[in-house]
Ligand binder design. Structure first.
Ligand code: ZN
Length: 108
C-alpha cells in the first residue's frame, strides 16, 4: 500500500479527474480518503442563512479514495508505489522512511 502524506504530489488514476496532478491537502485515514487540491470539485448551492447574505454556488474539493491516486516521486518524477526502509537515525534510534520503488531513492 502506498503511504501518502499531506503535501505529497499525486496523480489521479481514475474517475473524472484522471491524469490530474495535484497536492494532497488533507488526509481522512478513517475513511481511507484524501482531499487533493482542485480534484473532485463539487458545486454546492448555498442558501442565505442570514439576512443580507447572498445565496450562491460554492465549489469545493470532496475527498477521494486513496486508491484512486498514485504518488509522484519527487526524485524521479514518475508515478510510483512506495516501500519502507528502516534506516539508523543515530546509533540507538531507527527511522522508517518511504522510498520510491521506481528509482529506489528515499522520499522523506
Ligand atoms: Zn523515484
Amino acid at each position: 500500500m502506498t503511504k501518502i502524506k499531506v503535501g505529497d504530489e499525486v496523480v489521479v488514476i481514475s474517475g473524472k479527474d484522471k491524469e490530474k496532478r495535484s497536492k494532497v491537502i488533507q488526509k481522512i485515514p478513517k475513511e481511507n480518503k484524501l482531499v487533493v487540491e482542485g480534484v473532485n470539485i463539487t458545486k454546492r448551492h448555498i442558501k442565505p442563512t442570514r439576512r443580507g447574505q447572498e445565496s450562491g454556488i460554492v465549489e469545493r474539493e470532496t475527498p477521494i479514495f486513496t486508491g484512486k491516486v498514485m504518488l509522484i516521486c519527487p526524485r524521479c518524477g514518475k508515478r510510483t508505489r512506495t516501500g519502507v526502509k528502516v534506516l539508523p537515525k543515530s546509533p540507538r534510534e531507527k527511522e522508517k522512511l518511504r522510498f520510491c520503488k521506481k528509482c529506489g531513492e528515499v522520499i522523506d
